[in-house]
Design a protein around this ligand. Structure first.
Ligand code: FES
Ligand code: FES
Length: 214
């Protein structure tokens, strides 16, 4: 039975006699009381368990904890807290980008790493210009396709991510600052930003809706 040290959200956790078959997700949820990451499918299909390991987003249900001795692991608890939200978490509130909130920790971890990928010019399957990282709603949708939402909050999730990318100058816009899509004639699963969209004002949102608690 291996002993290992996991560095999660900047804190070292020593685990003695861990069953080597234990996934990173189960170690966090069942051994370390870090319950922000959720178990949806446990098969790598939903993205609810997404964590960031050494800067890359992964499905923590599909990787063994013993493979991550010495790695830098970030869970939703390390991204923000109710009194110190990340820019992306605030954008999720602004755009009402969740309903039950079960997928939200994974969505936010995944999108946080995705924004970093865009800043580093990592291409996606639908990138049509590798010289500048300007992202359309369509491309955000494609890059987030590994994270499912059973409440189907996709339009609001994508608009929240778009808001953060916009502040970084990483989005495609036309002269009137509306979203430019290369497939306007096709059916779309996202919604364009509307000029009269109002930020969500409910200050009674629970921490779990932001993905910070189980
Ligand atoms: Fe890991 Fe669904 S719980 S991908
Ligand atoms: Fe309910 Fe996404 S908000 S599953």
């Amino acid at each position: 039975m291996p002993n290992l040290t996991l560095t999660i959200n900047g804190q070292a956790h020593h685990l003695d006699d861990l069953d080597p078959r234990t996934s990173l997700l189960d170690v966090c949820r069942q051994h370390l009381d870090l319950t922000g990451a959720k178990k949806g499918c446990d098969h790598g299909q939903c993205g609810a368990c997404t964590m960031i390991v050494n800067g890359k987003r992964i499905n923590s249900c599909l990787t063994l904890a013993i493979m991550h001795d010495g790695d830098e692991i970030t869970t939703i608890e390390g991204i923000g807290a109710p009194d110190s939200l990340s820019e992306l978490q605030q954008a999720f509130i602004d755009h009402d980008a969740f309903q039950c909130g079960y997928c939200t920790p994974g969505q936010i971890c995944s999108a946080t790493a995705m924004i970093s990928e865009i800043e580093k010019h990592f291409p996606s399957h639908v990138s049509n210009d590798l010289t500048q990282p300007k992202i359309s709603l369509e491309e955000i949708s494609e890059r987030m396709s590994g994270n499912l939402c059973r409440c189907s909050a996709y339009p609001n999730i994508i608009n929240a991510i778009y808001q953060v990318l916009s502040t970084k100058g990483l989005t495609k816009t036309d002269s009137s600052n509306t979203v430019t899509s290369t497939t306007d004639s096709k059916p779309q699963i996202w919604s364009p930003l509307t000029s009269n969209a109002k930020p969500h004002q409910d200050s009674n949102i629970s921490p779990c809706q932001l993905g910070a608690e189980s």
